[in-house]
Write a protein that binds this ligand. Structure first.
Ligand code: ZN
Length: 314
């Protein structure tokens, strides 16, 4: 079955909730990056959360970026999502082999390490919204819970899980985000906290055959759960040879000239999906022409800007 996200409310709109099934998405990421199990779990949790947080955005062109910058062996994890359920992501080091944690589970916290969580929301305004919060356990869900409390002032419960098969493919993946809206009665909060304490793990629930609807029904059923929307979600990278060419042009004239001088075609991989694109020397020459034009245009713009600031000073 394809992955999807459901959106729901409970307790007369005082609680809002999102739940996701993301097995195919995470397996797709694993296959693209050929990641080891602990990195698949780490990236899979962040992708699942990113997809749910993406659909929380309202604008068609809104873009969310989540970055976990830790000092662990996996390096930085980057996930980008849109508001339509499309998500992509990568780990700096996709292959990390470390022992399991004290509970015998994949040690996501150790793979990511200490550092910070960066959340960037490009909502089509002049400046994107950027938030930086310290990583706590680096197990992903707890770090996002802290982010919601501190940066969005929204008490939330985030649960994320990725279960791997013995052959290192993804067996189950999913999660939920439950949030309290302002002015929720203490009685509801207490009851919800008690209920959440009984939730063991999302992947356990999925192993018992539960999907996003059943998981939210289990947690929020007694609060009058109302499912209001269901939408597909998937790992999707919109890269193309042209798209990557823009990054090559941005490298600058010197670098491009050096490639031409070497005389060998170059291969560039998209970071998000690991797809390789090859550029012949003739193509690189065209890119160099573009880079020259671009820097000429930038110089022109700079001159105009300088004129502008002179005028302001007068
Ligand atoms: Zn790509």
């Amino acid at each position: 079955m394809d992955d999807y996200i459901i959106r729901a409310t409970a307790a007369g709109m005082k609680i809002r909730a999102f739940a996701i099934s993301s097995k195919n998405m995470v397996e797709c990421a694993r296959a693209h990056h050929n990641s080891s199990p602990v990195v698949t779990a780490a990236l899979g949790r962040l992708l699942s959360a990113g997809a749910m947080m993406g659909v929380m955005m309202k604008g068609e062109k809104d873009v969310l970026t989540l970055q976990m910058k830790g000092d662990g062996p996996a390096g930085t994890l980057t996930v980008t999502a849109d508001s339509k359920g499309n998500v992509k992501g990568f780990a700096q080091n996709p292959i990390v082999i470390i022992p399991p944690n004290y509970a015998g589970k994949l040690d996501v916290g150790a793979a990511i390490g200490y550092g910070e969580l960066i959340v960037i929301k490009d909502l089509g305004m002049k400046e994107p919204y950027v938030s930086q919060t310290p990583l706590g356990t680096s197990e992903v869900a707890e770090d996002l819970t802290y982010y919601f409390a501190r940066s969005e002032q929204t008490p939330s419960s985030v649960a994320l899980g990725v279960l791997m098969s013995r052959d290192n493919t993804v067996k189950q993946a999913g999660g939920f985000i439950i949030q309290l809206m302002p002015g929720t009665d203490d009685e509801i909060i207490d009851k919800l906290e008690k209920k959440l304490e009984t939730v063991t793990s999302v992947t356990d629930m999925m192993e018992r055959g539960m999907g996003p609807e059943e998981i939210l029904e289990d947690v929020l059923g007694e609060f009058g759960l109302e499912i209001i929307d269901k939408q597909p979600t998937a790992f999707k990278c919109g890269c193309s040879k042209q798209h990557i060419a823009r990054a090559l042009i941005a490298m600058g004239r010197k670098e491009l000239q050096a490639i031409i001088d070497d005389g060998e075609p170059i291969e560039v991989k998209c970071q998000f999906c690991n797809t390789a694109y090859t550029y012949s020397i003739d193509e690189v020459k065209i890119l160099l022409e573009n880079a020259i034009l671009k820097s000429a245009a930038a110089k022109l713009r700079l001159n105009t800007d300088l004129c502008g600031s002179d005028e302001q000073q007068e």
